[in-house]
Design a protein around this ligand. Structure first.
Ligand code: PLP
Length: 438
């Protein structure tokens, strides 16, 4: 029995539904592989994060880290739900602009923003530049002068805390390509440079400690550290931070063995820690920002595949192959990410065998699941892989010149294509014939 699927998600025919839409009908109507989002789940996650701040009367922003899934429709939903968004490239920013996303609610992240990207951000009046390194401070200073503009900025610091898939590590220094180091004084130096530039409006400080975090200690640790830095900056430089941004990384359930905390638990712990540490200082309570990516879109996403060939290796394993794979979800191949997969026609059907769920790409490593318990399957059956909404489509590729799948949003029993399936013509769209010069 798959714990991720509730009875409400199974219709009278016994089929899995997403956003009230029958998955077999979705597969038939739009083809497979298909990425489907349950929009109500996206909205609900944003609302749950927001509600904790509202209940606690704390100034805040829930800034959706759009690298997890970026599409015009996604920025529209985030805008409608009152979220901010983080972008990390001109492409994500462009998509947000196309979606009409309010630019004052956009933060631009990245450890090597180009001159063109910073210029684009200035000209589109992006809300916040998350400054990451000295080169960027110089670049931005130059561009602000050239454009006769000002912009709000925050400093990303490396807090000496990292948390990776369950493990919370506190070290003096973090070996990271992101942000200003605290111990060596880089963060102080960055602050001085920013404060000395009247075109940069220094708003606060930021840190992001990792991904798929299952415990509170990492968030409590980073929240405490950031307030301590803010306190030091206030005492040393008379600068009072208005915003403390503790980043994202809130863990989600991929497999039944995962037991993540609720959004409420994470946010509650962050608020409590910041309030407590602020109370020990002369600081006024700053606004608290968080940057959830995976936890907003991960549980809302499903990949639908059609079963094709099967190979039984006697005495060893059976391979069941689907019509997608590493091109639409590279996470299993890239870092052994695990998911649960069910038969769309009968998600709670008795499990009959353990198979290796293979993709169709020409790589031995293109295995979607090393060990997937499934009912008996046959070619043409539709499988639904659960919780694929984060870093799946956003990392999709055209490897083997396979077109990327369509993305459909489903809500209240209605479905809509929000990213069209790539056509074969799309695949050669950027190709140019070569004329040999002989
Ligand atoms: N914020 C920053 C700065 C990040 O680098 C990331 C992910 O890499 C996130 C937020 C989102 O993390 P997650 O999707 O794990 O919530």
């Amino acid at each position: 029995m798959n714990e991720q699927i509730t009875e409400q998600e199974i219709n009278a025919a016994g089929h899995l539904t997403i956003g009230g839409c029958d998955t077999l009908k979705l597969a038939h109507q739009y083809g497979t592989p298909l990425v489907v989002y349950d929009v109500a789940k996206i909205r609900d996650q944003i609302r749950r994060f927001r509600r904790v701040f509202e209940t606690n009367h704390v100034a805040y922003a829930v800034s959706y880290a759009s690298k997890a899934f970026a599409a015009v429709a996604m920025y529209q939903v985030a805008a409608a739900e009152g979220a901010h968004v983080d972008v990390v490239s001109a492409g994500e920013l462009y998509t947000a602009i196309k979606a009409g996303f309010p630019m004052e609610r956009v933060s631009f992240h990245g450890n090597n923003k180009s001159r063109a990207e910073l210029l684009m951000a200035i000209r589109h009046h992006v809300g916040f530049i998350m400054l990451d390194n000295f080169h960027e401070i110089d670049l931005l200073a130059d561009l602000l002068e050239q454009e006769d503009a000002t912009i709000k900025v925050m400093l990303r610091i490396t807090p000496g805390i990292s948390a990776h898939t369950n493990k919370y590590i506190q070290t003096g220094q973090v070996d990271s390509k992101f942000g200003f180091d605290l111990q060596s004084g880089q963060a102080d130096e960055a602050l001085k440079r920013v404060l000395a530039n009247p075109r940069m409006k220094m708003k606060g400080l930021h840190a992001h400690i990792g991904s798929q975090i299952f415990e509170l200690a990492g968030f409590e640790g980073v929240a405490k550290k950031l307030v301590e830095v803010a306190n030091h900056w206030q005492k040393q430089y008379g600068y009072q931070a208005e915003i403390i941004n503790v980043g994202g990384g809130f863990g989600i359930r991929y497999v039944n063995a995962d037991h993540p905390l609720m959004p409420e638990e994470f946010v509650d712990a962050i608020i409590k820690t910041i309030k407590k540490v602020v109370a020990q200082t002369d600081l006024t309570m700053p606004a608290i920002w968080i940057e959830p990516g995976r936890s907003i879109v991960g549980p809302a996403g499903y990949n639908l595949y059609t079963v094709g060939s099967r190979k039984d290796v006697p005495g060893l394993k059976s391979y069941v192959t689907v019509d997608g794979g590493m091109g639409d979800n590279i996470r299993p191949a890239l870092y052994h990410a695990q998911y649960e997969t069910v038969l769309a026609a009968d998600p709670h059907a008795p499990l009959k065998e353990h198979v290796r769920l293979a993709g169709k790409y020409c790589e031995s490593g293109d295995i979607l699941s090393q060990d997937q318990a499934l009912p008996a399957t046959k070619p043409g059956d539709v499988l639904a892989m659960l919780d694929t909404g984060a870093y799946g489509y956003s990392m999709a590729s055209n490897y083997n010149r396979n077109p990327r799948p369509a993305v459909v949003f489903a809500e209240n029993g209605h479905s809509q294509v929000v990213i069209a399936r790539e056509s074969l013509a799309d695949l050669v769209h950027l190709d140019r014939p070569y004329k040999a010069n002989d």
